[in-house]
Design a protein around this ligand. Structure first.
Ligand SMILES: Nc1ncnc2c1ncn2[C@@H]1O[C@H](COP(=O)(O)OP(=O)(O)OP(=O)(O)O)[C@@H](O)[C@H]1O
Ligand SMILES: [Mg+2]
Length: 448
């Protein structure tokens, strides 16, 4: 059954259309002018609109334009016999199709069915897009990431609570979204709450909602995140930053699956799967008295640990290439490539900010670098305080030795303003030897 809005000034046509559409099981709303039709559309969403182009007052073409601008569903226009120009103009303005007067009922039904099928398809595509957005794609082929993927796939379909731990920017939120997407609750809402970002005095109302007038500023009754997530998944992010008082309240909901709104008496029951995440060591927090152990055990039914980026070997390069592809696609600019030296430099770095840091580094290069190829020298990593960036455990001994040697030479050269003789002295090697190494590592000496 669909809801169809009919805008036509001829009463005979309105009722004929309404009759055949009712016979097909649809619901109709009838309007006799453009003004009335627009007002009705603003009041109630419909699945399809049938619009006469010849109307008293505001003309059908103008109505069509406004409907399209408002993002209306498909509009089928009705035009006088032989009025092909008008029909073409309407199609250009975004009409789905046109019907000629006198109306053939068979053709009306056919066109309506096509338009409705088309709308359903578009909605499905939109839903699919919503379900697997780029923000949910977990890139990685390393053993640790394969293991993570397996854990996510086996934990997702169960209703168990999951506690995701991992360093900053390692992908905890992506993991949570995948757990939801691959669960039986995928069609239901995924609601996330950043426990660290909400002020202490608001978090209860945020989680449980409030009644009108429960506190100053509570002008309306409001649903909390637990209620919004009913049937779906509630993602409690940065759970380690939740106050002890709020922890006690959350614990009660987890035990009883019921709660009350702030200022409310009525008990609300919900069916919510809770997934929590933190970059803190909760066992240490428990030891320090800032996290409740009973809440920890309730949340930590299935633990999932997201590995730090520096342990993912060549995934670093895969991710960098993936981000280069994405930024190129988003900006329309040609995709930049990584030189072999640049790839090694990325793999060698220890990535304290994990995937988020890598993404930022690549984004900067994608935007700022004029050339097509990213060389090792173009990449600035870490803080300036670290002359030689710590080297991660992804390299062979030879690669690591070369990487260290190269970075060390670069750092000393910089300190000594690019003076090769003084750098050779400082490093205790022959000048010719240093030149050979500079050449081998592709280091060009720029003297100020
Ligand atoms: N395996 C991956 N593949 C593709 N993108 C990823 C991957 N892991 C993380 N990202 C991207 O890196 C960024 C950080 O990921 P996310 O927000 O999930 O990390 P987090 O662990 O929740 O970070 P924080 O601790 O700071 O909250 C996001 O933009 C995310 O899309
Ligand atoms: Mg996060």
């Amino acid at each position: 059954m669909a809801k169809i809005l009919i805008i036509d000034d001829e009463p005979g046509i309105r009722t004929t259309l309404a009759d055949i559409l009712h016979d097909e099981g649809h619901r109709t709303t009838l309007c006799e002018s453009g003004e009335e039709g627009l007002a009705q559309y603003a009041r109630e969403e419909v699945d399809l609109i049938i619009l006469d182009l010849w109307l008293p007052g505001i003309d059908g073409m103008a109505v069509l334009e406004r409907l399209r601008a408002a993002g209306a569903p498909p509009v089928i226009v009705v035009s006088g016999h032989g009025n092909v120009d008008t029909a073409v103009r309407a199609t250009r303005l975004g009409a789905y199709d046109f019907l000629e007067k006198p109306l053939s009922l068979e053709r009306v039904l056919l066109t309506v069915n096509h338009a409705l099928a088309d709308r359903r398809l578009r909605e499905q595509v939109r839903d699919l897009r919503r379900h697997l957005t780029l923000e949910e794609l977990l890139i990685g082929e390393s053993d640790v990431m394969k293991k993570l993927d397996q854990q996510v796939r086996s934990a997702a379909p169960s209703n168990s609570r999951v506690l995701i731990t991992g360093e900053n920017g390692s992908g905890k939120e992506i993991v949570a979204r995948n757990l939801h997407r691959l669960s039986h609750r995928a069609e239901q809402p995924f609601i996330d709450v950043n426990c660290a970002a909400i002020p202490e005095e608001l978090i209860e109302s945020e989680l449980f909602g409030h009644r009108k007038g429960a506190f100053t500023g509570a002008i309306d009754e409001r649903k909390g995140k637990f209620e919004l997530a009913d049937g779906g998944t509630l993602f409690l992010d940065e759970i380690g930053d939740m106050s002890l008082k709020t922890q006690a309240k959350v614990l009660r909901v987890l035990q009883e699956q019921t709660f009350q709104k702030v200022g409310g008496q009525q008990t609300i029951t919900v069916d919510v799967r809770v997934i929590a995440a933190t970059n803190k060591d909760l066992e240490a927090e428990i030891g320090g008295g800032s996290f409740r152990s009973d809440l920890y055990y309730r949340l930590n039914v299935i633990p999932i640990e997201v590995p730090p980026l520096r342990t993912r070997g060549n995934d670093i390069v895969l991710l960098a290439e993936y981000f280069l592809r994405r930024f190129a696609a988003e900006s329309g600019a040609p995709r930049k490539k990584l030189s072999a030296g640049a790839a090694t430099k990325l793999r060698a770095y220890h990535w304290p900010g994990n995937v988020r840091e890598l993404r930022n580094v690549i984004e900067r290069l994608a935007i700022l670098l004029p050339g097509e190829t990213i060389e090792a020298e173009d990449i600035q990593l870490g803080t300036r305080a670290e002359a030689v960036a710590p080297i991660a455990a992804n390299l062979t001994l030879k690669e690591a030795r070369d990487e260290f040697e190269k970075q060390y030479i670069l750092a000393r050269l910089k300190e000594l303003a690019g003076n090769v003789s003084r750098t050779a002295d400082a490093l205790g090697v022959e000048r010719s030897n240093l030149y050979r190494k500079l050449h081998a590592y592709g280091i060009r000496v720029e003297r100020p």
